[in-house]
Design a protein. Sequence first.
Length: 82
Amino acid sequence: MKIERLKADLEKARQKAAEWQARAKDIERQITEHENMEIIQTVRSVTASPEELKTILGLIQSMKGLPQEKPVKEEETEPYEN
């Protein structure tokens, strides 16, 4: 009967959705893991003491709250000449 076939299709679709959801979550985890590894490698490559590194990171964090200057476009700095 058509209803049973539709119910079976619905169950398959739900199962596939759950599989894709799990796959998406795994990919997100992998992305985070790779981002964290990049951060760790970058921090380890800096030749600064832990105290200096803490100060640098604190300065960066405090700058995030400051308004950013609008970048000047090239055409604004050099007038067009014929």
